[in-house]
Design a protein around this ligand. Structure first.
Ligand code: NA7
Length: 532
């Protein structure tokens, strides 16, 4: 079986997933090494330091539930936590569980090769190290490779350029500056109001108008917090019984938007709007299943934009015509109202894309928009981007890049045929980005921990997804996605935001059914996996 190994498990990434995986491996009495590109823990929350960066899942839910003392003692201050608060939480966890001693920072994994003669992986880093181990866990995050559009002349720009997902650690002062923001996704929607409050002018380049529901963020009510903490475990369990593994305490209405009278529907939308946040998508049970129901919600949304934005032409341009929820709905604070400021303007780049960047600005339809700063809020090569940047070679010299050339293939989003002992956390084919990521991470880490524990106990050396099980799973994910409206837009869920990326719907809608399936697979002796 095993040749000499340097460590039992190599974990790639020290965000929420990698840290809990490390803690869990230690709990099995095994060793692990975490390799992390940044100089500290935090993953997504380490990199995304742009102004206004905040989680769109409430803080009481967007936190670990696996240690009762931790969840009792940690005090979140607001309904939605800011990036600095989440980062300090992650740092606290690293400290509290003494995690940093097994993490190698400022180091990237560049390759990982499976050796069939010894059933071991060799993980190679950009520091020239080769680490030999039994298992590799890719805790690389779903939104961790920036998507930087390859605009002509991009490097000619003489001012400052920023990508929201690679924001500097120092405060960026926009006062007195003319800023062009490219993109109107969540990162743009969160940052534009803050940049506009400081800058001389902000020009937003919008390719697709987006849906954003008010956050109505506020300090947490200590009484409400005490009530949750009194029964935190069950409270979290209840949340995890809902489709997206959060918001279970204000469940999705179990009725079609078309089945209720117009005034009742309006009142429901109003109530969800007034409460704020992603729960708006749960106003009725068929918003992501039925196009007509979706239009009813989208019409309501557009009426709100028209109420907020004073200039009716501008309101029209800011009103999305796409399926609501087809791209992840954003959660905002004063986004639309910001367009009432005299220093904010919008350039529609849908029909006339950005032509090029010059030393002094951005050219669209022959006109140059002068800028001192360009903020690229252009998103990520999501879900597969970071994994594909590592040269992963499995059995028979099979490369993961080749295997996934037409789109990712996984079994349960956890493993891939041909790549024994390699696990993905929140990989494509699992609910991942359609859920509260922490809930999905915990479920995956615990599943992986249990199988590694069981294999170690039984002296089994490899586990690998069975090819048929994988094919059936991919079919299942496509079939479930096909029942929804998710295929009807150019979202990063589909890889449509990255030129040349295969267009495949990557996450699986529905956390509770997925979790049951994973539990059943484990209970049936890891059905669909080949253990040797
Ligand atoms: P997103 O949601 O992928 O948004 C990226 C934005 O950038 C989006 O509006 C894109 O327009 C726009 N974009 C991307 N490339 C271009 C080019 N070439 N020209 C013009 N506009 C472009 O990323 P975020 O960082 O905002 O949010 C990611 C997730 O983080 C979010 O869903 C939350 O879950 C948290 P498009 O819509 O593709 O037309």
């Amino acid at each position: 079986m095993n040749a000499e190994i340097d460590t039992d498990v190599v974990i790639v990434g020290a965000g929420f997933a990698g840290l809990y995986m490390l803690h869990s491996v230690r709990g099995l009495g095994l060793n692990a090494r975490v390799i992390e590109a940044a100089d500290d823990v935090g993953g997504t929350w380490y990199w995304n330091r742009y102004p206004g960066a905040r989680c769109d899942v409430p803080s009481m839910e967007y936190s670990y539930g696996w240690d009762d003392d931790l969840q009792q003692e940690w005090e979140w201050t607001e309904r939605y936590a800011t990036q600095p608060e989440i980062l300090s939480y992650v740092e606290h966890v690293a400290e509290r569980f003494d995690l940093r001693r097994d993490i190698t920072f400022e180091t990237r994994v560049v390759a990982s090769d499976f050796d069939e003669t010894t059933d071991t992986w060799t993980v190679s880093t950009d520091a020239g190290e080769g680490i030999r181990c039994r298992f590799v866990v890719l805790a690389t995050g779903c939104l961790s490779s920036a998507n930087m559009p390859d605009f002509e002349g991009r490097d000619d720009f003489a001012g400052r350029s920023f990508h929201t997902g690679q924001w500097p650690h120092e405060m960026v002062d926009f006062s007195g500056r003319r800023v062009v923001v490219i993109g109107t996704g969540s990162s743009a929607i969160q940052s534009i109001p803050l940049i506009a409050a400081e800058a001389d002018s902000v020009t937003v380049m919008q390719r697709t108008a987006n849906y954003a529901i008010p956050a109505h963020n506020k300090p947490l009510d200590p009484e409400e917090v005490a009530e949750i903490k009194a029964d935190y475990r069950n409270w979290r369990e209840k949340a995890r019984d809902s489709t997206a593994a959060f918001g279970g305490h204000r469940p999705r209405m179990d009725v079609s938007a078309k089945a209720v009278p117009a005034d009742e529907r309006q009142a429901t939308f109003e109530e969800r709007w007034a409460y704020g946040g992603l729960g708006f998508g749960g106003a009725f049970n068929d918003l992501m299943l039925d196009q007509e129901s979706n239009v009813l919600a989208a019409d309501f949304f557009r009426s709100k934009v028209a109420e907020i934005v004073e200039d009716s032409d501008l309101a029209q341009k800011l009103s999305p015509q796409t399926i609501l929820g087809c791209k992840r709905i954003c959660v905002d604070t004063d986004y639309f109202a910001t367009y009432n400021r005299t220093n904010v303007s919008l350039v529609d780049v849908s029909a006339t894309p950005i032509e090029r960047i010059t030393a002094t600005g951005v050219v669209v339809a022959g006109a140059e928009y002068e800028a001192d700063d360009i903020v690229y809020a252009t998103g990520f090569d999501a879900m597969t981007g970071t994994i594909q940047r590592i040269d992963i070679t499995g059995r028979n010299g099979l490369s993961l890049k080749d295997k996934w050339s037409a789109g990712p293939l996984t079994y349960l989003g956890l493993g891939v045929e041909g790549f024994p002992n390699l696990f993905l956390i929140t990989g494509p084919g699992s609910p991942s980005v359609l859920t509260n990521m922490i809930a999905s991470i915990e479920q995956h880490v615990e599943w992986i921990r249990d199988v590694i524990g069981s294999m170690t106990e039984k002296g089994q050396s490899t586990i690998e997804a069975d090819g048929d099980a994988e094919a059936r799973w991919v079919e299942h994910v496509n079939a479930v996605a096909g029942l929804t409206l998710f295929n009807n837009c150019s979202s990063w869920y589909l890889g449509a935001n990255v030129p040349g990326k295969p267009r495949v719907f990557m996450p699986l809608p529905g956390f509770p059914d997925y979790k049951v399936k994973c539990d059943e697979v484990a209970a049936a002796g890891y059905e669909g996996w080949v253990l040797a």
